[in-house]
Design a protein around this ligand. Structure first.
Ligand code: PBG
Length: 332
């Protein structure tokens, strides 16, 4: 090799010995970093696999409580609940979302009565409850979602969730002014201790496809591009969205999806001083699972590497469908 190359610095020296590699490992993953999504539906003793997300199940609340109890024992700290309802119960306004006895509120109360040592986080949106599958009431020409009316209804939904025992509310609809509206509404209802985790930076992503099977929430027409963000916009919009949410009182902010948006996670990490959550979404899960089940990827290593990358980019917490496998792979 040429003399002009600097060979006195040899990074491999620190890679040669397993002990040094271990000592120098910096990015750690613990079970308590993971928020566990659950899809809950009416009925008893139901555990139905989602076809596009093998290994992920819709559960009735009795089954979900048993599942969550096990995870709590294993050291997980929080779950994120999505309600799934029958098509026949859906209407243009998503009225079931505001019913104090809907499946989400009942699961939260059941978790409370069972004294589950887990924080309940609720996904706050209307797309699982509207017959058109959009995230709130539509404008007259049905081309978009009415912003301020949706926010008003989100506040009612959030107060119901808080009453039922939610510790954290996670608005996911990308309506302007949501966080400020929620903070005021929750405070006025005496829930100033209930935290807000905002889906601040949520892209209109193809990677939500399998979730829409799991939650039966695909839009019946059109798409979500008039409210979710355009993947081809620059980082400025991400920073604007997050800063509005922080100004309006978001306790934690989120980037979603995670893996394809590590640059966004990295940028927000440097800019903001609130905890940052990343959502490894359904499509990321299904892609990995498809390759793993085909024998094309090593299961344990691929899963750990995907999650480690999200933490290395700067996420504090990760929402991931891999809780079961992580019980085997991770320390508390
Ligand atoms: C509800 C919501 C969605 C996801 C989380 N909350 C779907 C969407 O915006 O269409 C997606 C989660 C995933 O894909 O795992 N608005």
């Amino acid at each position: 090799m040429s003399d002009s190359l600097n060979l006195s610095v040899r990074p491999r020296r620190l890679r040669l010995q397993p002990a040094l590699r271990q000592m120098l490992s910096r990015v750690t993953l613990r079970r308590s970093d993971i928020i566990v999504p659950v899809f809950v539906r009416e009925g008893r003793n139901i555990r139905q696999e989602v076809s596009s997300m093998p290994g992920v199940f819709q559960m009735s609340s009795d089954v979900a409580i048993g599942y969550l109890a096990k995870l709590a024992e294993a050291g997980f700290k929080a779950y994120l609940v999505f309600g799934v309802i029958d098509r026949a119960q859906k209407d243009a306004l998503g009225s079931v979302a505001l019913d104090e006895n809907n499946i989400v509120c009942r699961l939260l109360r059941a978790a409370g009565s069972a004294k589950l040592p887990l924080l309940g986080i609720t996904d706050l949106c209307f797309c699982e409850y509207t017959d058109h599958g959009h995230c709130g009431p539509l404008t007259a020409d049905r081309s978009s979602v009415k912003n301020d009316e949706t926010v008003g209804r989100l506040v009612q939904q959030a107060v119901n969730h808080a009453r039922a025992g939610a510790a954290v509310i996670a608005p996911s609809g990308m309506m302007d002014g949501t966080v400020g509206g929620l903070r005021q509404g929750l405070d006025a209802a005496n829930f100033s201790d209930v935290a807000i985790l905002s889906y601040s930076v949520k892209y209109a992503s193809a990677f939500y496809g399998p979730f829409r099977d799991a939650a039966d929430s695909a839009p019946a027409f059109g798409d979500r591009r008039s409210y979710q963000m355009d993947p081809t916009r620059g980082l400025d919009e991400a920073i604007l969205e997050a800063s509005l949410d922080v100004q309006q009182g978001a306790d934690m902010i989120m980037v979603k999806p995670a893996g394809p948006y590590l640059d966004v996670i990295f940028a927000l990490r440097r800019e903001f001083h609130v905890p940052l959550v990343a959502y490894q979404v359904s499509g990321e899960y299904s892609m990995l699972e498809a390759a793993i089940r085909n024998g094309w990827l090593d299961r344990d290593r691929a899963i750990l590497e995907s999650l480690t990358s999200i933490k290395r980019a700067g996420a504090d917490l990760i929402i991931s469908y891999y809780a079961d496998i992580l019980t085997r792979l991770l320390d508390r």
